[in-house]
Design a protein around this ligand. Structure first.
Ligand code: PEP
Ligand code: MG
Length: 767
């Protein structure tokens, strides 16, 4: 069964469009279950009708015509109960609806199973037989497994289908405006622009579709790549042939044959001649060939699929090594990728980057944080996005709602243009607050700092009126290199940041790699990276890396004395003690060498539940605490901050997080240690007020959030914030807390700043 399932899923995933995907499903399921009919009905999201989309066994004329309204027919019973329905004689069922054109009255046995994706019944897969019988338990289980496995693939194919409808026509796409691609809000704002797909090197499946005009040049490039792989294989074969057995040599011969084969090469050339670029043509040909092998019953022949893919990868590496093959970034670039990395973001010229869409990630993953730092609207976790087909298309990125519109209609585009203009006006209005302090109407002053990690956004943080840097993520300069930066390279980067802000404070966090932040040159392979070797755990295990970073920070601060050092991922006091020993050692070494280095202020990040419970003990050891609500939320709620599947459970307004924050702040204050929040929560205007009610001493956020937070602080009082907290602390559910805060803010006349204003009235800066 597993084998059958694997094959069906492979075929469905490779399908060109929804129609093809569904016809594969009905054909294969009918075959495997030896039934007389297999059909799929899908929900039409506009009308809520269930439409017969594919069938093997029913009258083909009925496909696309039979539409069942809510409550109509046995199908609707499956929809309503969202459970399988197994009956021996469908015609006896009280909800049975006779539909002459399907010809299904000949069949008695009926098994219908819902296809559910993200809690919604997308459709129903039905099998029928003439005989009057109930389907066996194992048959039901098989169909349930098929439906569960296929729901994601169908959702994906549905999206591709919607896009292709517009692609085939005049690219107007007004027939699917209502069907935005759903993702998660990554960074607030709206962007309209042209998609530029970016992808990791040497990954055939990541290659996007792209068209070219210079066909001869593309053919020459492709043939040169093939020749280069042929030469490599010949050289390899020669070098290894004395050591190889006859069978092993046969493998090399098979590779050489394939490379010389008409099919692999000529099919690719044919595709290039139709205007596809070489990499995309190669991807299609390799997938086509590999699929043929995949379908073979003989396991040995099936293995050959991997050879074809391997060969494809080798040719691709050659294609990519000569030149980048990437067209120039469009003026209004919307960067699109399966997984957008810091490097990919950093490579786009700042003035061209308008929006970001990542198929993976969630609102608190680092791509989202970086986008927010750069003030670029982003949608993340758009898992159904057919990335490879996006290149060059016009897109709207709605970073407030986490939605993407592909090839929008002129009407929708005009509506978003209007929103964009309104947003610019709002930002311009807020800009007037730049040089004013964040002070409540009853006189409480809350310093607002900026979070950064890129040198290029230090300037934008300065312009936003930040009073210093509350979190400089030093892993970013580490990520955009091919090796660890030297001590001097680091010193120069840190010096620029410290100098730009002096005499205002700058908090440099020591290296926080691990988790989802991997350095290309320092791979860490773990089953549970977020519970593994991360942050301070790595740097304490590698004192040479840690000392070099600490020395670079200390040397960068000479004469400025505005350096604060922050230690990430602390989960026990001994880690702080050990880090302080190394810091003293680094300073002593520099002083011994004749430099005059002031002692920096040192802080600990509270982002792990154990640190929350030990806030007071930690506060006793250092000069300040900084709460990392991104990780604290993830670890307290046991919800991976990067996993879109559970993103709806990730909520910094969960009562457990709120109570932990209160406890941390109280613990720090018992030691008279100031405490700040540098997680994304600080940049949410409403949450910032709640934190103020708890007695937070300062807030650090992305530069783009600063003016909004300042505005709400200046329009609220400390007493109001304390009252709000008192009410929130009586509630035991995140949604109730959200409603309570929203109501209080609406009543205080701050609703406008909490909502971004929108077409649907649903835009919210405060998700
Ligand atoms: C946090 O965890 O809240 C934080 C600020 O650190 P990072 O997002 O870099 O993990
Ligand atoms: Mg963190």
């Amino acid at each position: 069964m597993l084998d059958i399932l694997r094959r069906i899923i492979q075929e469905v995933n490779a399908a060109q469009d929804l129609e093809q995907a569904l016809s594969i499903i009905v054909k294969r399921v009918k075959q495997s279950m030896a039934v007389e009919v297999c059909s799929v009905y899908l929900a039409d999201s506009d009308t809520q009708h269930y439409v017969l989309m594919a069938s093997d066994g029913l009258n083909p004329e009925a496909i696309g015509r039979v539409r069942l309204a809510p409550g109509e027919g046995i199908i609707s019973v499956v929809v309503e109960t969202a459970e399988p329905l197994n009956i021996d004689n469908a015609t006896d069922h009280p909800r049975y609806l006779f539909i002459a054109e399907t010809g299904e009255d000949r069949y008695h046995a009926f098994l219908g199973v819902p296809i559910i994706h993200h809690r919604k019944v997308l459709g129903i897969v039905v099998v029928r037989q003439h005989a009057q019988r109930r389907f066996e338990e194992n048959e039901v289980a098989f169909l349930v497994t098929v439906a569960a496995q296929l729901s994601g693939a169908i959702a994906h194919a549905e999206v591709i289908g919607a896009i292709q409808i517009s692609g085939r026509g005049l690219l107007q796409g007004n027939n699917h405006d209502g069907r935005a691609l759903e993702g998660l809000p990554g960074a607030p704002g709206i962007a309209i622009g042209t998609a530029m797909v970016v992808y990791p090197p040497a990954d055939l499946d990541a290659i996007p579709d792209r068209t070219i005009t210079h066909i001869d040049a593309e053919i020459a490039t492709f043939m040169a790549a093939v020749k280069s792989v042929q030469d490599d294989m010949a050289a390899l074969g020669l070098r290894l042939s004395p050591k190889l057995s006859v069978e092993d040599r046969a493998l090399f011969d098979a590779y050489r044959l394939m490379l010389g084969s008409d099919t692999l090469i000529n099919n690719t050339l044919d595709r290039i001649r139709t205007g596809s670029w070489a990499s995309g043509a190669l991807r299609e040909t390799v997938n086509e060939h590999a699929r043929i092998f995949d379908e073979m019953d003989d396991p040995y022949i099936r293995e050959r699929a991997e050879d074809v893919r391997d060969l494809g990868r080798r040719i691709l590496v050659c294609l990519q090594s000569g030149k980048r093959n990437a067209p120039p970034y469009p003026d209004n670039t919307i960067l699109v990728g399966e997984e957008i990395t810091a490097t990919m973001l950093a490579e786009v010229p700042g003035e061209k980057l308008k929006g970001v869409i990542s198929a993976r990630g969630s609102s608190s993953s680092h791509v989202a944080i970086l986008a927010r730092a750069l003030g670029v609207p982003a949608v993340v976790g758009a898992g159904d996005l057919p990335v490879a087909r996006m290149d060059g298309r016009e897109l709207i990125v709605d970073g407030y709602l986490g939605k993407v519109y592909v090839q929008p209609s002129p009407a929708l585009r005009a509506e978003y243009d209007r929103l964009l203009r309104e947003e610019k006006q709002l930002t311009a209005g807020l800009a007037e607050l730049r040089d004013l302090p964040a002070i409540t109407q009853d006189g409480l002053r809350i310093p607002l700092y900026a979070n950064t990690g890129l040198l290029s956004d230090v300037a934008s943080s300065l312009n936003s009126g930040a009073e210093g840097i509350g979190l400089y993520r030093t892993e970013v300069p580490f990520m955009i290199r091919q090796r660890f930066p030297s001590e001097e390279e680091q010193r120069r980067v840190y010096r620029q940041v410290l100098e730009a802000y002096a005499p205002r404070p700058v908090t440099l966090r020591t290296l926080d790699i691990g988790g989802d932040k991997e350095l290309p040159y320092f791979p860490i392979n773990e089953d549970n990276p977020f519970l593994g070797w991360r942050g301070i755990r790595i740097t304490l295990d590698h004192p040479e890396i840690f000392l070099s970073q600490l020395r670079a920070m200390l040397r960068a601060s000479v004469g400025l004395n505005n350096l604060h050092i922050l230690l990430p991922m602390i989960s026990r006091v001994t880690e702080v003690d050990e880090a302080l020993v190394l810091l003293n050692r680094a300073r002593q070494e520099l002083c011994d060498a004749g430099e005059t280095i002031e002692r920096p202020r040192v802080g600990v990040m509270v982002e792990v539940p154990s640190a929350a419970y030990q806030a007071e003990a930690l506060a006793r050891r250092v000069d300040f605490l900084s709460i990392g609500t991104n990780d604290l939320t993830q670890y307290l709620l046991a919800v991976d901050r990067n996993n879109p599947q559970v993103a709806n459970l990730y909520d910094s307004l969960h009562p457990a997080v709120i109570h932990a924050l209160v406890q941390i702040i109280q613990g720090a204050h018992k030691q008279n240690t100031p405490v700040s929040v540098c997680g994304e929560m600080a940049g949410d205007p409403a949450a910032a007020l709640l934190l103020m009610g708890m007695g937070i001493d300062s807030l650090s956020m992305s530069a783009a959030s600063l003016s909004r937070v300042k505005w709400v602080i200046r329009n609220f009082t400390r007493t109001q914030a304390q009252d709000m907290l008192a009410q929130v602390l009586t509630l035991d559910d995140a949604n109730a807390i959200r409603i309570c805060i929203n109501t209080i803010l609406e009543n205080a006349g701050l609703g406008g700043m909490i909502r971004g204003g929108s077409i649907s009235g649903k835009h919210s800066l405060f998700h």
